[in-house]
Design a protein around this ligand. Structure first.
Ligand code: FE2
Length: 158
């Protein structure tokens, strides 16, 4: 089994034990969804696709696992670090990069490093794609606009 699948097994085992059907559904849709949008953005931006996919899988896991979104980026980062250390499949540098992206992902207004930005954009993109008819949350609007411009520029150059 590859490393991404190992992470998915861990995430699945937590989500499958959630009591509420709706929480389980939201957890699977959002974590797998952000993992896919993160992978796609990493391919486009020349970043590490595997780390991007793993960060997407883990970024909101603490919220789903606890049913509490308080301080969820920091708690998510700590949970990801614990889980990745336990698995023993990732280097210290890889774990630090994933943990940092998760810790920063709620701060959509700031511009951070490339992997941090990727996770923020992947989160915004997934909320957008899940229901394009819904207007963006206030904190997502600017990023959604930038993503839309990037995609339009790309289409015109193809
Ligand atoms: Fe999220």
């Amino acid at each position: 089994m590859n490393r991404l699948e190992s992470i998915r097994r861990e995430v699945d085992s937590i989500l499958l034990h959630l009591v509420s059907d709706e929480d389980r559904r939201c957890g699977f849709v959002h974590l797998y969804g952000v993992s896919l949008t993160a992978t796609w953005l990493a391919e486009r931006r020349g970043l590490d696709v595997e780390l991007a996919a793993v960060a997407g899988m883990l970024h909101d896991l603490a919220t789903y696992a606890s049913g509490d979104s308080t301080d969820h980026a920091r708690r998510g980062s700590e949970l990801a670090t614990r889980l990745l250390n336990q698995l023993g499949l990732f280097s210290r540098e890889e774990i630090a990069a994933i943990a940092q992206a998760i810790a920063r992902h709620s701060d959509k207004a700031s511009i951070d490093g490339p992997m941090d930005e990727l996770l923020k954009d992947a989160d915004v993109l997934h909320h957008w794609l899940y229901d394009p008819a819904l207007p963006a949350q206030a904190s997502h609007a600017e990023r959604r606009g930038r993503l839309r411009e990037q995609m339009a520029r790309r289409l015109h150059s193809e």
